[in-house]
Design a protein around this ligand. Structure first.
Ligand code: NAP
Length: 215
C-alpha cells in the first residue's frame, strides 16, 4: 500500500517510515523543510516537502494524491505556543484530512494524545495543545474517512517491546516508547478492527496486534 506519513522527519515519524518500508509498503514522507528530505529518501521513501500551516490547499492535495492511507504524526511540538497548536495540531491536521477525503485516500490513522477528553484537567500550559488535538479528533470522527485515532500517554525514546495496553479509556496515565507507538500506528493499517475506532495506548503486556484486535 502507498502510505503518506505526515511529520515524517519527526521523532515518531521517522520510526513509522522505517517500519512501513520494512513491511514492504511504499512511503511518501511529508516534511516541511527541504533539508529533512534526503535522510528520508535514503531510507527508501519518496520525499515530499509540504508545510501544512503555510502551503496552499492544492499543494497539500498533491501530497495525498495516489496514496491509499495516511498516518499523521506531525505536530507543532513542545517549544511552540498556543497559536501554533491551533494552526498545526488542529489546522494542519484538518487540512490534511480534508485533502485525503477529496483525493479518495480513505484510510487515515491519527496520532492523538491521552488527555484530550478533559483538557481542563491538565496543567494550564498543556491545555491549548489538548484542545487543538481534541478538535482534530472530533473533525476526523465526523469526516467520513475510515479513521483510527490513537491516543498515547507520554512518549519516550526507550526501546520497543512489541507489547502495549490499549482500550477506549485506560483509566490511568503513563508512558510508552515512540517505537511501540510507531509499530501500533503501522499495525492499524492491517487490523480491520481498528477502523472507526478511537483508543488510548500505554506500555503494557499484550502483543500489539492482539491488543488492536481487542479494542
Ligand atoms: N511528546 C509526547 O509525550 C506526546 C504524547 C502524546 C502524543 N503526542 C503526539 O505525538 C506527535 C509526535 O510526537 P514526536 O515527539 O514524534 O514529535 P516531533 O518529533 O516534534 O515531530 C513532529 C513533526 O511535525 C513536523 N511539523 C511541524 N509543523 C509542521 C508543518 N507546518 N508542516 C509539516 N510538518 C510539520 C515537525 O517538523 P519540524 O522538525 O520542521 O518542526 C516534526 O518533524 C506530537 O506532535 C503529538 O501530537 C506526543
Amino acid at each position: 500500500m502507498r502510505v503518506l506519513v505526515a511529520g515524517a522527519a519527526g521523532n515518531t515519524g521517522k520510526r513509522i517510515v522505517r517500519r512501513l518500508l520494512e513491511r514492504g509498503h511504499e512511503v511518501r514522507a511529508l516534511a516541511r523543510k527541504a533539508e529533512q528530505l534526503p535522510e528520508l529518501e535514503d531510507l527508501g521513501a519518496e520525499g515530499c516537502r509540504v508545510d501544512l500551516e503555510r502551503d496552499e490547499d492544492a499543494r497539500i492535495a498533491g501530497a495525498v494524491r495516489g496514496c491509499e492511507a495516511t498516518i499523521f504524526a506531525a505536530g507543532a511540538g513542545p517549544g511552540s505556543g498556543p497559536a501554533r497548536k491551533e494552526t498545526m495540531d488542529y489546522g494542519g491536521a484538518v487540512k490534511l484530512m480534508q485533502a485525503a477525503g477529496a483525493e479518495g485516500a480513505g484510510r487515515y490513522v491519527l496520532l492523538s494524545s491521552m488527555g484530550v477528553v478533559d483538557p481542563g484537567g491538565a496543567v494550564e500550559e498543556m491545555q491549548p495543545y489538548l484542545i487543538a488535538k481534541a478538535k482534530a479528533d472530533v473533525q476526523l470522527q465526523a469526516s467520513g474517512l475510515s479513521y483510527t485515532i490513537v491516543r498515547p500517554g507520554r512518549l519516550t525514546d526507550g526501546a520497543g517491546t512489541g507489547r502495549i495496553s490499549a482500550a477506549p479509556e485506560l483509566a490511568r496515565r503513563g508512558e510508552i516508547s515512540r517505537e511501540d507507538v510507531a509499530e501500533t500506528l503501522v499495525e492499524c493499517l492491517e487490523v480491520e478492527n481498528t477502523r472507526r475506532r478511537t483508543f488510548e495506548i500505554l506500555a503494557g503486556s499484550t502483543p500489539i496486534r492482539e491488543a488492536l484486535e481487542g479494542v
